[in-house]
Each structure stands twice: as structure tokens, then as C-alpha cells.
Write a protein that binds this ligand. Sequence first.
Ligand SMILES: C[S@@+](CC[C@H](N)C(=O)[O-])C[C@H]1O[C@@H](n2cnc3c(N)ncnc32)[C@H](O)[C@@H]1O
Length: 126
Amino acid sequence: MPVFITYFLDSKLRRWLQSPGKIVSRSGIINGMEIMKLGCGSGSCTLEFARAVGEQGVLYAVDIQPIMINKLIKKLEKDENKDISNIETNVATAYALPFPESSFDVVCLGWMCSRKYRMLLVLYKK
Ligand SMILES: C[S@@+](CC[C@H](N)C(=O)[O-])C[C@H]1O[C@@H](n2cnc3c(N)ncnc32)[C@H](O)[C@@H]1O
């Protein structure tokens, strides 16, 4: 995915169209959960998910592109995000995830144009 798309993904317009707060509140994610954000990109919703699972929980942010994970790490270094310390970043493909079976309470993904059925088959076990 071309990196320039992150300018839209992180924009105020996108946050207005797809409010991360609403996505989190409708997702059923609660404090203490271990969740994976697959295809996290630059982390448009990832920070909200991390805050929702809190210090007792863990958010595993996974993306196939190292540049996206680096953008997320840069975001986490900002003062306004210093409250977040529960994100583990991973560069990996959705088809060969480096986690054992039954690792997650919830797997979140969105705006990924990959082969959906193959991916769902892998995710079902995670
Ligand atoms: C359009 S971006 C969306 C990012 C984020 N989900 C969002 O909604 O802002 C799609 C992301 O999925 C990642 N991606 C695509 N195929 C992938 C795969 N097979 N495994 C892991 N990540 C993948 C891309 O690298 C990209 O960062």
C-alpha cells in the first residue's frame, strides 16, 4: 500500500467518517483483553484500542510493511501518547502470524484488501 494513503487514514476527515471512539465502543473490547490489530497501518484506530484494553491488556499491532510499523512507533513517541505502554509491534503477514493458537480475545481489522477467506481461515484459530 502506498504510504501517502496514511495522510488520509490519519486525517480529521477520516476520523470524522469513521470515529475510532465509536468503533471501539461498538467492538465489545474491554479492559484487560489481549487483542490484535491486523494491518494496523500507521495506527489510525490502534491507539484507541490500546487505551480501551488498558494497562492490564495488550494490543498486538501487526502489519506486513515495516514502514507502517515505524509510523506507529513514531506516533507512540509523541507526548500525547506517552500514556500508552501496552502495544507490541510486529512486522508479519496475515497468512503466517507469529502467534500460537487461541492467543487473542479479539482480532480487529479493517481496510485490508487481501484475500479475505484465506485470511479468515488463519484468524479463526488465533
Ligand atoms: C489501507 S491500510 C489500512 C490501515 C488501518 N487498518 C486503517 O484502517 O487505518 C491497509 C494496511 O494493511 C496492511 N496489509 C495489507 N495486507 C496485509 C497482510 N497480508 N498482512 C499484514 N498486513 C497487511 C498494509 O500494509 C496496510 O498498512
